[in-house]
Write a protein that binds this ligand. Structure first.
Ligand code: 5AD
Ligand code: SF4
Length: 434
């Protein structure tokens, strides 16, 4: 029996793409291996968002080409394939295939013709969703992509190049996949899109569907206990969607809505045309709709020409909003993006010290939020056992990890009310509520 090895880098969209590829290979009678040297086909499912992510792929390829069986097929799919294109074959001559994030469904071509080289980085739109077989069992937390690509064109971002213009899948396709996931094991649905709250689909009768319609419909499915979505663009946070936080208890009180910077000057150069008052008023509306809501963000530090006072405004907004569970990154110039050509690129040491400062601030906010959860009882979703097997790992509605002693319980319930007993920056400890 042939074996395949797949390693996924990057965002949840890539994780989903990886699931679809694995399902397709299994449907052709292959089994998955964690060991590169046993594999007959090796797939790196790649991320290009920062230069480091792309470098990681090429160093992994360097290791793999020495470890693999001589006749194993090896290739890259996803965003680096699209970023680098045919140059990937020059950099790593052993590569057999290079397939972009919208053309990985062409992978069977290389299985049928293993002696050729396959390059396809076309923007095939939504066609990939229908070409590959559906998963037979859904993960407890199932990702449902409702959209591909992005129209926002932030000047730092390679995604509009790698994943193309924004396209929303039809409401019926999204609901068909959601129902299928619910019937085959999903308990939580996470809708995915680069600009997920911009989801908009108009059917042949002229009826337009938004993300709020998907949430409302999904909340009716008895098997689904929790709903969330990522990643949101601030100004697409429309009132109908904010209203969902008030009316749909299954929608988690947690929202990822990246601000990227707290400086109006930097935001303008990033081509993110919202002002801070607008952002703050959206957060206020969300808090009125759902008083216990928490917000997370991504931040970029060291964007070209970012001054100390620009950066200070980022620190201020991080504290003002009180973001939990956030990520910050050093700006990384990417090919196919406008900001890479801007003057006044920031030296690496300044980027590093700003990153450390912002990280500290965000960690402090996270720690105090985690501590504020002590003695609260939260409905949590079971993720799996910890390494010792003595504890269960649960996920709170705010995506915090919570370790719970099994204390003689033979199996952990999928959903459980957990009373938080202890907390630090990274995680919580809890016990099953009485
Ligand atoms: N450099 C650094 N971070 C980036 N991101 C996107 N592009 C870049 C870049 N060129 C970050 C943004 C985005 C997250 C997924 O990655 O913060 O929200
Ligand atoms: Fe990385 Fe962005 Fe591609 Fe996701 S869409 S894999 S974050 S470059």
């Amino acid at each position: 029996m042939k074996q395949f090895f797949i390693q996924t880098f990057g965002c949840q969209m890539n994780v989903y793409d990886g699931w679809r590829i694995a399902t397709m290979l299994k449907s052709r009678g292959m089994t998955q291996t964690e060991n590169v040297s046993d594999a007959d086909i090796i797939i790196l499912n790649t991320c290009a968002v920062r230069a480091k992510a792309t470098d990681k792929v090429f160093s992994a390829l360097g290791r793999i080409r020495r470890a693999k069986k001589p006749d194993a097929l090896m290739g890259i799919v996803g965003c680096v394939a699209r970023e680098v294109g045919s140059d990937a074959f020059r950099r790593v001559p052993e590569l057999n295939f290079v397939l972009g994030p919208q053309s990985y469904h062409k992978l069977p071509q290389i299985l049928d013709n293993p002696d050729t080289r396959l390059l396809n980085i076309d923007l095939g739109g939504l066609e990939k969703f229908d070409e590959l077989p559906q998963m037979t069992t859904a993960p407890t937390v199932s990702y449902i992509p409702i959209q591909e690509g992005c129209n926002h064109c932030c000047t730092y971002c390679i995604v509009p190049y790698t994943r193309g213009r924004e396209l929303s899948r039809s409401f019926d396709d999204c609901m068909r996949d959601t129902l299928h996931a619910a019937k085959t094991g999903a308990v939580e649905i996470c809708f995915l899109g680069q600009n997920v709250n911009g989801y908009k689909y108009t059917d042949e009768n002229g009826k337009t569907f938004r993300l709020s319609d998907l949430i409302r419909e999904t909340a009716k499915i008895p098997e689904i206990m929790r709903i969330r979505f990522t990643s949101s663009y601030p100004t697409e946070m429309t009132d109908d969607l904010i209203e969902m936080f008030a009316t749909e208890p299954k929608l988690l009180p947690f929202l990822n809505m990246p601000i990227q910077s707290g400086s109006p000057n930097v935001l303008r150069r990033m081509n993110r045309p919202y002002d801070l008052d607008q952002y703050i008023s959206i957060v206020e509306k969300l808090r009125i709709a759902r008083p216990d809501i928490q917000i997370s963000s991504d931040f970029i530090v060291g964007f070209p020409d970012e001054s100390d006072s620009d950066f200070d405004e980022t620190l201020q907004i991080a504290k003002r909003i009180g973001y939990i569970n956030s990520y910050c990154f050093k700006y990384s110039p990417r090919p196919h993006t406008g900001a890479a050509l801007l003057p006044n690129q920031i030296p690496e040491n300044i980027k590093a010290s700003r990153l450390a400062l912002l990280d500290n601030t965000l960690n402090e906010i996270q720690r105090s939020f985690n501590i504020s959860c002590i003695d609260k009882t939260l409905p949590c979703l079971y993720e799996g056992p910890d390494k010792t097997g003595l504890h269960a790992v649960y996920r709170t509605p705010y995506m915090q990890q919570c370790i719970v002693a099994l204390a003689g319980k033979s199996d952990a319930p999928t959903m459980a009310n957990i009373t938080i007993t202890d907390a630090n920056k990274a995680s919580l400890r809890g016990k099953f509520a009485e």
